[in-house]
Ligand binder design. Structure first.
Ligand code: SAH
Length: 490
């Protein structure tokens, strides 16, 4: 059971860089134990011109049967017959097990990380992937339908005859797969990681609830828009319809956001106006967080929504303060939420801490019952990421439907842009900002929103309040008027 990944190069960009990108040295054969057997990585060829890495999985059929008995299930949910346990194609065919091994052995490469050569990891390279015997329920046509839309120049899927000497017996359910194209290595690995088990359609390990997260993470950037996303999702999750529905709905959010032109990937640098300016002593992002924390404290909030939480910096700050008993970070971007979960070390958090915080995927352009009933909601540097015509939808979702007592909204003050030394005149601060408002424009919007939904609104400058152009960030603090009148009566 094996696959090979090859690339080509020259003296300047040697093909052997593949070894760095895969974090596996071309001159050493390496062995890893996985739950289903032993995986080997070796390089049949390694020169500056051509380099091929092979991943080989030696499956332990006994371990497989034992595992299968305890937790797995037969194909389509039918119990494995006694014979099927021992006459098993698993050891020979590339399959879901190979994908599991791939994820284990090439974990870092799968995430697109390469400290030695970050720019090589981020750039497409000429790749050739071959899987000599790929079990494919649905045959060569399905293989082409699955890999076809993913940017490969060549998708070759050749049915393997049952027996080469007796062609009249027809084809087996295996195909020889060859993929060729200029892709990022991480993308290629993620395609294989998701689609090998999808084609195999017989998972031999338990599908845990976090498989949905794994699928969305591996499918980041290509699955939401894939024409076969429903089939991929259903099969990947072994037809667990509850999970498949959840995955489909979440993918739909991403697809809609992408269709609206939101660059959901582009969150990495969404906050850092400050790093390349004279702001250095206290970066603006930090001043903004401080201002938000002060306003939440003044409002006496304990249960807080961070809407468009991005990579979770504010959620992290809120967690440090015990007055916040429930913190929910919401974002449409799977990638941002993944980074946030890592930052918060959600998987290693103690039970008490973990009970206080949740990260959920959702789009603010739609009403969402999960957001009802909180003390406060924060929209920090989020509204400017929506197209103006979508803003009323966000307004309704937050002020009309969720209706927390307090809403904090921050957004850049465009008047201040002349003060950023590095910003060319007339440019917005971040490529994904759909608009940036003057103080006047922001105030007018906020006052109208407050009026429409029964809130009062006040404004706080964030950052140095320039006498001429105002502060770099403007913040509106909305308070529901039924609350302010209660206070007045008390
Ligand atoms: N609040 C964070 C991040 C701001 S960047 C901070 O202050 O640092 C804007 C964030 O809004 C991004 O993470 C983006 O994915 C998210 N976003 C944009 N449109 C959204 C939508 N319609 N629904 C939910 N989140 C959205």
């Amino acid at each position: 059971m094996f696959l090979t990944i090859s690339t080509t190069g020259d003296q300047e960009r040697p093909a052997t860089d593949l070894g760095f990108l895969l974090h596996k040295h071309p001159e050493r054969a390496q062995t890893f134990s996985t739950s289903h057997g032993t995986a080997h990585v070796l390089y049949p060829e390694a020169s500056a011109e051509r380099c091929t890495a092979a991943l080989l999985l030696e499956v332990d059929p006994v371990a497989l049967v034992r595992r299968g008995k305890g937790k797995g299930k037969g194909r389509g949910g039918a119990p494995d017959s006694a014979l099927a346990q021992y006459v098993n194609d698993r050891p020979y065919a590339a399959s879901s097990l190979l994908a599991v091994a791939l994820a284990k052995v090439f974990k870092t490469a799968l995430h697109g990380v390469c400290q030695a050569m970050p720019e090589r990891a981020a750039a497409p390279l000429p790749l050739r992937v071959e899987v000599p015997a790929l079990p494919a329920r649905g045959g060569a046509d399905l293989v082409r339908a699955l890999f076809g839309p993913l940017g490969w120049d060549t998708v070759e899927a050749e049915p393997v005859a049952l027996d080469a000497e007796f062609p009249q017996w027809g084809d087996s359910r295996y195909v020889r797969l060859v993929l060729e194209g200029e892709l990022r290595l991480a993308d290629a690995l993620n395609h294989l990681y998701v689609l090998l088990p999808v084609l195999d359609d017989a998972k031999h390990y338990w599908v845990a609830p976090d498989e949905v997260d794994k699928l969305l993470r591996a499918g980041d950037g290509w699955l939401a828009g894939h024409p076969e996303r429903k089939l991929i999702t259903a099969r990947y999750l072994s037809r667990r319809w509850g999970l498949a529905r959840e995955a489909t709905e979440r993918l739909e959010l991403v697809r809609l956001a992408e269709a609206e032109g939101l660059d959901v990937d582009d969150v990495d640098n969404a906050v850092d106006e400050s790093t390349d300016t004279e702001e250095r002593p206290v970066p603006l992002a930090e001043q903004r967080r401080e201002a938000i924390l002060r306003a939440l404290e003044a409002a006496g909030a304990a249960r807080v929504l961070d809407l468009g939480c991005g990579q979770g910096q504010l959620v992290q700050a809120l967690l440090k303060d015990p007055r916040y008993t429930e913190i929910v970070g919401v974002d449409v971007s799977v990638r941002a939420l993944t980074v946030a979960a890592r930052r918060l070390r959600l998987d290693r958090m103690g039970e008490r801490q973990a009970a206080r915080v949740r990260l959920v995927q959702g789009s603010l352009a739609y009403t969402d019952k999960r957001l009802i009933g909180y003390d406060a909601a924060v929209l920090s540097e989020v509204i400017e990421h929506l197209d103006l015509p979508r803003l009323p939808a966000l307004e309704y979702a937050v002020f009309g439907s969720a209706r927390p007592r307090t809403v904090l909204v921050t957004t850049p003050n465009v008047e201040y842009n002349v003060r950023w030394e590095t910003l060319p005149a007339g440019h917005v601060r971040h490529g994904d900002h759909r608009f940036e408002w003057t103080r006047e424009e922001f105030r007018a919007w906020a006052a109208a929103v407050a009026e429409r939904h029964g809130y009062e609104v006040g404004f706080t400058p964030v950052g140095p309040d320039d006498p001429e152009v105002g502060p770099p960030t403007q913040m509106a603090v909305f308070t529901r008027t039924d609350e302010t009148s209660k206070e007045a009566a008390a």
